[in-house]
Design a protein around this ligand. Structure first.
Ligand code: C2E
Ligand code: MG
Ligand code: MG
Length: 457
């Protein structure tokens, strides 16, 4: 045990050494660049330092005054592009110059302070402080200049504030934290600043941890295929299933997709995960077929990130061929957000898939991920009404009206309907009265390991 501790110690120390070495090299290259090109490192429009030179100069300030308490304020304007487009580039530039004016003033007035014009509408300020209120006052001072600026557009700046916690901070880390805080409120008119807090720090740690573990988890088969049965509410018969991923982590147990999918969407790994899940479903269906059993369709989720991946259509067709499974056994569940990036391209891919025998289901209908507009424009084979849509039908008469007419409308449009998240007998009764038979929900079955699903069939 002790031996192991010592080994870990050595590894950690050598890690720190390489880290320190890297940091030094980085600082050296920054310094060299800053010295080489003082003018080039300034924004021509605002005469403020660019980010690299800000990192160098700020880093030097912190190095020379390590006992001070530091804060980094990052600023970004929501939809600044629109300001340029609507009010003209000259007005946009004039606004940026006015903002830069306050930053320069803060530079000269406050001790150990330096600011940067990173790009377009992104500014940053490193300063020392005593009380948090000082930082809020700075933000308000900058905001006032923006609010008072004569321009015909609504300009919404957002500020993120990160403070050093005891140790002399790494300036780039402070900048990342401030940016993260900023992103939590960007574009929200009711908040103009946010401090980087413990919750964000924990979220950041979790994301890092997931990012670090995800590749090994995929390689070690830690992602499990769960299936939730879909039933015909009139007969109770299982008419299909939905494949849902579970991460079975040896340390943390079963982790739900809501906790890790957002991270995988950010770094693109969701594509690998989806393909893995699709393959598991094709494999399962092909085993059932080879045993002479007739499987029910088991749908798979298609992340919106596939809109960026032109090969997703080929991947699905290839899987269908390799496992000799007809595509009708593996319907696709998509949300409208998949169409936001390249609507036409995505429609084309979907048409190709449909021509090959795949069916498409619009997931989470009624939640804002899927809208009426999509019903007009695209031939979806099925609409999956979200749980949020039916949650309050027992207590809310208006909700019942909306559901009744939505089902009616979908029936007229000729699409299949399934309702998700049916939890009570009342919901079941009402939906059956509306003529909707297919459902998925805890009232019938919860998601289960695929082997259990197979033995239910
Ligand atoms: P979804 O596709 O809308 O899946 C239905 C979700 O509702 C599942 O949550 C399911 O467990 C839950 N659910 C079903 N019936 C009930 C009910 O009666 N009550 C309640 N409270 N919940 C119910 P889950 O498994 O946590 O999945 C969440 C979401 O994660 C899914 O929503 C889907 O969008 C996504 N997801 C899951 N697996 C995958 C995957 O392999 N790939 C991709 N891209 N997304 C996935
Ligand atoms: Mg789904
Ligand atoms: Mg859904």
């Amino acid at each position: 045990m002790e031996n192991q501790n010592r080994q870990t110690d050595v590894i950690n120390r050598s890690k720190q050494n390489t880290e320190a070495g890297k940091q030094e090299l980085y600082m050296y290259s920054l310094r060299k660049m800053a010295e080489d090109n003082v003018e080039k490192n300034k924004s021509p429009l605002t005469q403020l330092q660019n980010l690299r030179s800000f990192f160098y100069t700020g880093g030097e300030i912190i190095r020379q005054h390590p006992t001070e308490q530091y804060a980094l304020i990052a600023m970004d304007i929501a939809q600044f592009k629109a300001v340029n487009e609507f009010c003209g580039r000259d007005a946009g530039d004039a606004l940026l110059a006015a903002i830069a004016g306050v930053f320069r003033k803060l530079d000269t007035e406050r001790p150990l302070t330096i600011s940067s014009h990173a790009r377009a509408d992104v500014f940053a300020l490193l300063t020392t402080y005593q009380e948090e209120q000082e930082l809020i006052d700075i933000v308000m001072q900058i905001k006032k200049v923006i609010d008072d600026f004569p321009i015909d557009c609504k300009v919404l700046p957002a500020f993120g504030i990160a403070t050093s916690q005891g140790e002399p901070p790494a300036i780039s880390y402070l900048k990342d934290c401030a940016t993260m805080a900023l992103n939590t409120i960007k574009g929200k008119f009711y908040a103009s600043y946010a401090f980087f807090d413990e919750k964000m720090r924990r979220q950041q740690m979790l994301e890092k941890q997931i990012e670090n573990n995800i590749v090994t988890a995929l390689q070690n088969g830690q992602f499990a295929l769960y299936i939730q049965p879909k039933v015909d509410m009139a007969t109770g018969e299982i008419v299909g299933g939905e494949a849902l991923v579970r991460w079975v982590d040896p340390e943390h147990g079963v982790i739900s997709p809501g906790d890790f999918l957002p991270v995988l969407e950010k770094n693109g790994f969701v594509i690998d995960l989806d393909v893995y899940m699709w393959e598991q479903v094709f494999k399962m269906q092909s085993e059932l077929l080879s045993q002479g059993r007739r499987p029910v369709p088991v749908s798979v989720n298609v992340s919106r990130v596939h809109a960026f991946d032109k090969s997703f259509c080929d991947t699905l067709c290839r899987l269908s061929q390799r496992y000799q499974v007809d595509p009708s056994y593996v319907p696709l569940e998509l949300t409208e957000s998949a169409f936001l990036w390249d609507e036409q391209g995505m429609y084309r891919q979907l048409e190709i898939l449909q021509s090959r025998g795949f069916t498409a289901s619009m997931d989470d209908f009624g939640t804002g991920y899927s809208t009426m507009n999509m019903l007009k424009n695209q031939s979806m084979d099925e609409v999956k009404v979200d749980q949020a849509f039916i949650r309050d039908l027992e207590t809310n008469e208006k909700s019942r009206v909306v559901i009744r007419h939505t089902i009616r409308m979908l029936q007229e449009l000729g699409t299949d309907i399934i309702v998700e998240g049916v939890e009570t007998e009342e919901q079941k009764k009402f939906l059956l009265e509306c003529g909707c038979k297919a459902a998925q929900g805890y009232l019938f079955y919860k998601p289960m390991p695929w082997q259990e699903f197979v033995s239910l069939l």
